[in-house]
Design a protein around this ligand. Structure first.
Ligand SMILES: Nc1ncnc2c1ncn2[C@@H]1O[C@H](COP(=O)(O)OP(=O)(O)O)[C@@H](O)[C@H]1O
Ligand SMILES: [Mg+2]
Length: 407
């Protein structure tokens, strides 16, 4: 995979003399608050480096003021960086001349903001096609592409409406459609969903992800202050604090291995069942062929153990436990197994199997051809969730005691 966006050792200092003493102090490792006290300059970004792969959804997450917006604004150079390098598709953005920069912004990068930034006096379709007009695309082609984009976000019937006639969620969709119509390689989304109600927000997250998988395949830099959202949406997540990067990892890496108490605190708030997928907790199945005689497997199934039974095509068709195999019979397993089983795909979020699991029954995990590839046992799942909780608490406790020890 090729790299689409690469920030290397980027500093952004706000103030009258950004390249002066504030930068020198920041570079020697002095933190944001101390630099501000000493120099009256604000550190926006402190030695930030990350790479976003082509086609990746990369999320920047952190508390308000941690530098997220500053980071995205350096990518399309709405901010001039104070120091460091910003490469986009092999081009050093900090060195672009005025005309090159205009072309770069117009042809390469789309942006969606938290506040919809729609023109109130223009219809929805005119709002969506605005960016294309600026690029000199003909009226007919503009309308066609605008309606295609509106269709993607489910608003094709509202082309002639005005923004004020739409709900907040719909207006946000129009903002997204505008960026999609432009069909640029890179999409910057700065808190694009943050103003939406939780339910609508989850819908938008799901829609974005399915569009991304099915048609878009764009490089998306997605900003949020909500770790739940970050972990649901991101292929990888970059967590920021005080202008600096504190951890970069896949959602699972962040959940299982938070790098500091700051990250652990967020992790404890996460709805793990919506972030973790069945694939993360499944164990290899030890299936039994339905034609096997009961007597042939009785001895190898431990107390309380469940085994899925598979047909000749490896599809799970039943479930047996040691109790069901209590009587010695020569009949095939098929005649005693229970056929009331639950099968799911590897990518299913854990919340979707909580109900089944709470009955104590395992869940069969199948591939896209319905063949058994894994099994989720109730105890394994609970252990996994408990492990994440306790690890986060341990990291917090360890950091608290080492801070206490030093003072
Ligand atoms: N134009 C600006 N002038 C001065 N300080 C700024 C400016 N923009 C951002 N900052 C400061 O930079 C820091 C990072 O801000 P920002 O990137 O907007 O954070 P976030 O998007 O994570 O909430 C904050 O301390 C903020 O006050
Ligand atoms: Mg911001």
């Amino acid at each position: 995979m090729t790299t689409s966006i690469k920030l290397s050792n980027v500093y952004k200092i706000f103030g009258a003399r950004p390249k002066g003493r504030a930068l020198t102090m920041a570079k020697t490792g002095v933190g944001k608050d101390d630099v501000q006290l000493a120099t009256d300059h604000v550190i926006g970004l402190h030695d930030v480096s990350f790479e976003v792969a082509d086609g990746e959804v990369f999320v920047i997450m952190g508390l308000s003021g941690s530098g997220k917006s500053t980071a995205v604004r350096c990518v399309n150079r709405l901010h001039e960086v104070t120091d460091g390098s910003v490469m986009v598709d092999g081009v050093e953005v900090t060195e672009l001349k005025k005309k090159e920069l205009e072309a770069f912004r117009r042809d390469k990068i789309g942006m969606v903001f938290q506040h919809f930034a729609l023109f109130p006096h223009c219809t929805v379709v005119d709002n969506v096609s605005y960016g294309l007009k600026v690029r000199g695309i003909t009226t007919g082609e503009r309308r066609k592409r605008a309606y295609e984009a509106l269709e993607m976000v489910g608003l094709e019937r509202y082309g002639q409406s005005y923004p004020r006639q739409l709900s907040g969620g719909m207006q946000q969709r129009v903002g997204l459609a505008r960026a999609l119509a432009a069909d640029l390689d890179i999409l910057l989304m700065d808190e694009a969903f943050s103003a939406l109600d939780p339910l609508i927000r989850r819908q938008m997250q799901d829609e974005l992800l399915s569009m991304q998988d099915e048609i878009l395949h764009k490089t998306i830099l997605f900003i949020t202050h909500d770790l739940n959202e970050a972990l649901r949406v991101g292929d990888r997540v970059c967590i920021m604090k005080d202008g600096a990067v504190v951890q970069i990892g896949t959602p699972e890496e962040i959940l299982r291995d938070p790098s500091s108490a700051y990250v652990a605190e967020f992790v404890k708030d996460v709805d793990q069942g919506r972030v973790l997928h069945v694939g993360a907790v499944m164990v290899p199945p030890r299936p039994i062929r339905v034609s096997t005689p009961v007597s042939g497997v009785q001895a190898e199934i431990g107390a309380g153990e469940f085994r899925f039974c598979i047909d000749a095509g490896d599809h799970p068709v039943g479930l047996v436990s040691s109790e069901q195999l209590g009587l010695v019979v020569q009949q095939p397993v098929e005649s005693v197994m229970s056929t009331d089983i639950c099968t799911v795909a590897e990518g299913t979020p854990l919340v979707d199997i909580y109900e089944i699991i709470s009955t104590g029954q395992p869940v069969a995990v199948v591939d896209d051809r319905g063949r058994l590839i894994g099994q989720v046992n109730a105890l394994d799942l609970l252990a996994e969730l408990g492990e994440i909780e306790s690890k986060a608490s341990q990291i917090q406790a360890a950091e608290a005691s080492s801070v206490g020890g030093r003072s």
